[in-house]
Design a protein around this ligand. Structure first.
Ligand code: SF4
Length: 354
């Protein structure tokens, strides 16, 4: 007979968890079983990450993209989308605003923008690091080793590059002209250069199975990422996947819970996408393993134009309003907002930013 408590202990104790165990837990839907899973994951979160909810403020500075990812509204074939690229003053002003809200990490995010001059971004990083005591995370996609290096030398601390799915066949089916091995290589190079590296996946992609999700969780463990973002798939009408089904929120939550149990001290956000489903599931995410929130500091009118998926949470909120909302969320959970830089919890990386 299947015993969930024994299965969770096995998953927790294994150096690499068994795929069948992970798949079995991902298939559970009973209320009591889910409660048991989520409580277990929450206990691991408390033990390895504490009660602080860490903040990463995002500024989406360009929505140009040369890629054609089938699930993403920024794909280059979406001619309906008005494109923008913020200039240096607009970007630094947004960073100043974020700092005034006590946020200690800025995530500079864009599509894979061929117009992004690496030296322009290097200057921005330098200026941010000399003006403010904050961590800089980059999320600008696949770039050359040279670019990654000069940004690191300029002071960038972290880099986010989601694998989206660790299944090569599935990856290729929705990323035309992209090479899975090249993506893996970028992750390897980022790690070698000394970034704190974040990755992650999308739950509910067409063609994805419980087995491929289980493989993703093992992939996260193998690579010992500093952060793992797990976001539900939300179809965008102007993409190849426009007519597909939205992700099951419960499957996203189960994946968060298992990723917490397996990776222990990895930073895991309750993503904005999780807050953008039929209800705001970020609170549920924080209750089953997540320890990070990612408030949006992209100023208007740009924020509305960074439409990876529709009906994004907080799209009309004034910049900075997030603080109240997040403080409330933390209080209601009996936790607190951690207004520190909150570097990687992986010992090897702490202080390695040189
Ligand atoms: S997922 Fe990223 S790389 Fe793909 S189209 Fe969207 S912004 Fe571009």
């Amino acid at each position: 007979m299947f015993r969930l408590d024994e299965c969770l202990s096995r998953i927790h104790d294994a150096s690499l968890p068994d795929l069948n165990d992970l798949e079995q837990v991902l298939s559970l839907n009973g209320k009591d079983e889910l409660n048991e899973l989520f409580l277990f994951a929450d206990g691991i979160r408390k033990k390895f990450c504490g009660d602080g909810i860490v903040l990463r403020g995002i500024i989406e500075f360009s929505n140009f993209c040369l890629r054609e990812c089938f699930y993403c509204g920024l794909n280059k074939n979406n001619r309906k989308l008005e494109r923008y690229r913020m200039d240096k003053d607009e970007l630094l002003k947004a960073v100043g605003h974020l700092v005034s809200c006590k946020i200690k990490t800025v995530v500079l995010q864009s599509g894979e923008d061929t117009g992004l001059d690496p030296f322009w971004l290097k200057d921005i990083i330098r200026e941010i690091k000399s003006s403010f005591d904050i961590a800089v995370t980059l999320a600008v996609g696949e770039r050359s080793e040279f670019d990654y290096k000069i940004w690191k030398e300029a002071g960038a601390d972290r880099y986010l590059l989601k694998i989206e799915t660790s299944d090569e066949g599935l990856y290729s089916s929705m990323h035309p002209q992209m090479d899975f091995k090249q993506r893996l290589n970028c992750l390897r190079v980022l790690n070698k250069i000394g970034y704190q590296v974040g990755s992650g996946n999308i739950i509910g992609l067409p063609g994805q199975t419980l087995k491929t999700i289980a493989q993703d969780i093992v992939f996260f463990k193998r690579n010992d990422f500093d952060m793992v973002g797990i976001g539900p798939f939300i179809p965008h009408q102007d993409t190849r996947f426009g007519g597909q089904k939205k992700a099951d929120p419960l499957l996203s939550l189960k994946t968060i819970a298992l990723t917490r149990i397996v990776t222990k001290n990895t930073h895991i956000p309750a993503t904005t996408a999780l807050g953008s489903l039929d209800k705001d599931y970020r609170v549920d995410g924080l209750k089953c393993g997540a320890n990070v929130l990612m408030p949006n500091f992209t100023p208007q009118p740009f924020r509305k134009l960074y439409e990876i998926y529709p009906q994004k949470k907080c799209i009309d909120e004034p910049v900075g309003a997030c603080n109240f909302c997040m403080d409330d969320m933390a209080k209601n959970l009996g936790r607190f907002i951690d207004y520190s830089k909150a570097d990687s919890l992986k010992q090897r990386k702490v202080g390695s930013n040189v």
